[in-house]
Design a protein around this ligand. Structure first.
Ligand code: SF4
Ligand code: SF4
Ligand code: F3S
Length: 268
């Protein structure tokens, strides 16, 4: 495809760990190189682009101007709002992350919050939330599609992008603005250990015989019955495995405020 045909993308990093970018680059259908060369034009991404310093800042300004009203804004990370956003400043002009997200959102064709931090504040927003971290939809005046998970799978990130690319529309959303195709089912509904739950076969302690036989992790704090996501079918790292497959319960990472509401993470 010609450059002009590719969808311009601006990816901003707020208060986060970059795990969502790590998940994104493990996309396999399409692979991230095919995605970048054939389908999207990644105009700005602090950890994937070659430019740095003033050149990077210039690229961002240039992209926001050139593709005004046409680019997709993806945000990774919560937005610190306390002290007028001063907990996160960027670049030579020390712009706050808050003002940058607002400016970039103003000129975007669509906005995706990538990960639980950008969707709901994430770990930064855990009580007592000293930086006033918030999800992107709380600081901009436009609709935001949430793609939560800590991190979300590559399939959920790229699938949401590809939907927009192929159809030019946004997918159907649930009450937390999550795409229903990805977040429509409970983890518990499609879990490979569900048969053991139904049979009353539970891991009583990590490393016991039940754990070795893949029994249900509910008594070890699994939050799969309260969590909406498609991890059991999509999995991570090119579909290799997922938390419950690896022997730990679901922590509810795609739900709002899971740090405060789903804990303690290893008790029911
Ligand atoms: Fe990292 Fe999780 Fe936040 Fe993604 S959602 S940036 S993986 S802490
Ligand atoms: Fe449900 Fe968790 Fe048990 Fe799977 S491991 S069946 S999600 S409680
Ligand atoms: Fe998160 Fe639970 Fe999936 S912890 S990665 S929603 S299995």
């Amino acid at each position: 495809a010609k450059l002009a045909d590719r969808l311009p993308l601006i990816w901003l990093h707020m208060a986060e760990c970059t795990g969502c970018s790590e998940a994104f680059i493990r996309s396999d259908a399409p692979t991230v190189d095919s995605l970048i060369f054939d389908h999207i034009s990644l105009e700005y991404h602090e950890t994937l682009m070659a430019a740095s310093g003033w050149q990077a800042e210039e690229n961002l300004e240039h992209a926001m101007k050139k593709y005004e009203g046409k680019y997709i804004l993806l945000v990774e990370g919560g937005v610190p709002t306390a002290m007028n956003g001063m907990y996160l400043t960027l670049g030579a002009q020390a712009k706050t992350g808050l003002s940058l997200v607002q400016e970039a959102a103003d000129k975007a064709a669509a906005i995706f919050s990538i990960g639980t931090c950008a969707s709901f504040g994430g770990i930064q927003a855990a009580a007592p939330n000293p930086t006033g971290a918030k999800g992107v939809d709380k600081v901009v005046n436009k609709p935001v599609i949430n793609v939560p998970g800590c991190p979300p799978s590559a399939a959920n990130i790229v699938g949401t992008l590809m939907h927009f690319l192929l159809f030019g529309t946004l997918p159907a959303l649930d009450r937390y603005s999550r795409p229903k195709w990805a977040y429509g089912n409970r983890i518990h509904d499609l879990c490979e250990r569900r048969g053991h739950f139904d049979a009353g076969e539970f891991v009583e302690s990590f490393g016991d015989d039940g754990a070795k036989d893949g029994w249900c992790l509910y008594k070890q704090g699994c939050k799969g019955p309260y969590t909406f996501n498609n991890c059991s079918t999509e999995r991570f790292n090119q579909h290799v495995n997922w938390p419950i497959g690896a022997g730990h319960g679901c922590m509810g990472c795609s739900e709002p405020n899971f740090w405060d509401t789903m804990g303690p993470l290893e008790k029911p």
